[in-house]
Design a protein around this ligand. Structure first.
Ligand code: NAD
Ligand code: IPM
Ligand code: MN
Length: 359
């Protein structure tokens, strides 16, 4: 029997709560199928670990993770540890160190999910944001000069390599070609006279390799406006690390909320493990209350199933989430209900079993 070895980094705040539900559902799928299994290994890394040890993960943390088929992550970051330490020394180290250069973030409004946009139809919100995940504005390069003096200044350097831009754009174009969709590039060359001029130039070059794929280009400010006014324009969106970060929270806002927004950090070559996580953070404002919606975490588990080649089960999980939304009986407070995190997880899990048995 095939066993997938998964490293679990539940992390901080609501991370452990939402991951527990994803693990529950993954185990159910494996049991129902019978031909494969998951083996979860838990790593206690995160802000509490930092307060005890002075590190977000041990020195050989990346070495330990290398052996796994995938990483399943909850959330990192909590008051008490500066965010630039907690995130840059764990989450971002993994994304970059394992060359997870593709961040796949679906923005799809499921039936039964709330949408604050009165003028759009449900089908109008159905896109996937392909966010560059290894460089760009997140390179971490820069300097802090004359610190503490009136002459102090900082440089935060964006690094855009030809290789980095080409590979993320090709990933977006390949996806669009397979699915018969358009590609929209989001950039900002009117103000960012090196990085985004370069980005646009490479987008034009790569688009020549895919003459059959329809393309669009927007400046990021205009794109943000269109996400709200006319999300129907977007199918496959390719954009830089920071723009993708911001646009996908906006995407979450129009597609059911933070509790429904999932993401996959992929190393498509499978040289290193890929990492699956909800896009939300540790939500300190609701941590420990049971109010966290685990649907994003379960959705990211469905991306893991897709990545392992079980697309039919990936879809099954999303159908199960949708069925729970439509039922409206087990919804977390974010969605207007009173259900606790594990009750939502149980409801999705039951739907998975029901749909599976019907098949
Ligand atoms: P956040 O995503 O944690 O929370 C934003 C808002 O969304 C909050 O009101 C929160 O209650 C709500 N929310 C988030 N997830 C929810 C869920 N599953 N169900 C219901 N409501 C949910 O963003 P923040 O408050 O800006 O960040 C908190 C911490 O998390 C910070 O330390 C930040 O750096 C970190 N963070 C980590 C990740 C990650 O690990 N991938 C992502 C984003 C933020
Ligand atoms: C996300 C998060 C991270 C990011 C932070 C926590 C570093 O906001 O995954 O969207 O900016 O990528
Ligand atoms: Mn974000």
């Amino acid at each position: 029997m095939k066993t997938f070895r998964i490293a679990v980094i539940a992390g901080d705040g609501i991370g452990p709560d939402v991951l527990a539900e994803g693990i529950k559902v993954l185990n159910t799928v494996a049991e129902l199928d019978g031909s494969f299994a998951f083996e979860f290994t838990h790593f206690p890394w995160g802000c509490e670990y930092y307060l005890e040890t002075g590190k977000m993960m041990p020195d050989d943390g990346m070495e330990q993770l290398k052996a796994f088929d995938a990483i399943y992550l909850g959330a990192v970051g909590y008051p008490g540890v500066p965010d630039h330490i907690s995130l840059r020394e764990l989450l971002l180290v993994i994304r970059k160190g394992f060359d997870e250069y593709v961040n796949v973030r679906p923005v799809k409004l499921l039936k039964g999910a709330p949408c604050p946009l009165a003028h759009v139809k449900r089908e109008d919100i159905d896109m996937v944001v392909i966010r560059e995940n290894s460089e760009g504005e997140y390179s971490g390069e820069g300097c802090w000069m004359n610190k503490g003096t009136p002459e102090e200044y900082v440089h935060q350097t964006g690094v855009f390599t030809r290789k980095g831009c080409e590979r993320i754009m090709r990933y977006a174009f390949d996806l669009a070609r397979r699915e018969g969709k358009s590609v929209t590039s989001v950039s900002k060359a009117n103000a960012l006279n090196y990085s985004m001029v370069f980005w646009d130039q490479i987008f034009h070059e790569i688009s020549q390799e895919y003459p059959e794929v329809e393309t669009h280009e927007y400046l990021v400010d205009a794109a943000a406006c269109h996400f709200v006014r006319d999300p129907h324009r977007f199918q496959v969106v390719v954009t830089s690390n920071l723009f993708g970060d911001i646009l996908t929270d906006l995407g979450a806002a129009i597609a059911g909320g933070m509790g429904l927004a999932a993401g996959a950090n992929l190393n498509p070559e499978k040289k290193y493990p890929s990492m699956f996580e909800p896009i939300h953070g540790s939500a300190p404002d609701i941590a420990g209350t049971g109010a966290a919606n685990p649907m994003a975490s379960i959705w990211s588990a469905s991306q893991m199933l897709d990545f392992f080649g079980y697309e039919e089960y990936g879809k099954l999980l999303i159908d199960a989430i949708e069925a729970v939304l439509v039922d409206g009986k087990a919804l977390s407070p974010e969605l207007g209900g009173t259900a606790k995190t594990w009750e939502v997880g149980d409801a999705v899990n039951d739907k998975v079993k029901a749909v599976f048995q019907k098949k």
